[in-house]
Design a protein around this ligand. Structure first.
Ligand code: B16
Ligand code: MG
Length: 218
């Protein structure tokens, strides 16, 4: 049993699927008769599909019956999956494989901790699934980030104490969830936006092997 465990968010950390979520939500908004901007899409990062549709309908001032709501969620996901279908390893964010390889070669357990219900097929598409000892995603949790549930389940599955887990996150809600789980939070993105994180890097190219070794206690 390893002393430490590493947990990766998916969208915004491993791949940039936010652009496909954006296109799919925009298509739905346009169909419902209103615009949806990239700035508005920022609010959807790390947020569950259901909560995202609630926000979208609020933005467009659209009311929905339960049946309509479910149909629009399914429609958005169908649309999103068509974009995902075309993904390949070229969409992996810079230096992610280098970090995963380093952890794997040092036998450090790795988990995914994502809100997405499509996490597994995406990791398969970009050929990274084999690096993960366990996958905790939107199918395994009942409470969305900033609730720590997703990361606490990941720690349990990795059999590592929460305080010995390191979380990579690009969303404010995700950083809050990692902090609430009593884990080390590493923000990937803007220092101003992710100021609650213990450390923040623009991307993985800024993270040195020395820093990883310190985190991994090796
Ligand atoms: P799905 P993450 C999140 O992924 C996305 O950031 C968010 O925009 C999306 O609504 C959510 O997954 C659910 O995705 O519709 O595929 O279940 O950042 O937690 O990896
Ligand atoms: Mg994310």
């Amino acid at each position: 049993m390893s002393e430490v465990g590493f947990i990766f968010d998916l969208d915004g950390v491993i791949v940039d699927t936010a652009k496909y979520h954006y296109l799919a939500w925009k298509n739905l908004a346009n169909e419902l008769g209103f615009e949806f901007t990239k700035e508005q899409n920022e609010l959807f990062k790390g947020v569950s599909r259901k909560r995202s549709l609630e926000l979208l309908l609020e933005m467009g001032n659209v009311k929905a019956t339960k049946e309509q709501f479910d149909a629009w969620m399914a429609e958005k996901n169908q649309d999103y999956l068509a974009y995902i279908e075309k993904m390949d390893a070229s969409e992996i964010l810079p230096d992610v494989p280098k970090v995963l390889e380093f952890l794997k070669s040092n036998v450090i357990p790795i988990s995914l901790g994502s809100a997405s219900k499509n996490a597994k097929p995406i990791l398969e598409k970009v050929d990274l699934l084999s690096y993960f000892d366990t996958i905790v995603d939107g199918n395994s949790v009942s409470k969305a980030k900033p609730d720590p549930e997703v990361f606490l389940i990941a720690a349990e599955k990795l059999r590592v104490l929460p305080e010995n887990c390191i979380v990579f996150e690009d969303a404010v809600a995700g950083v809050k969830a990692a902090n609430a789980a009593n884990m080390i939070s590493i923000g990937i993105g803007d220092k101003e936006v992710l100021r609650e994180a213990n450390f923040v890097f623009e991307d993985f190219t800024e993270i040195s092997l020395d820093f990883l070794k310190k985190l991994a206690k090796i």
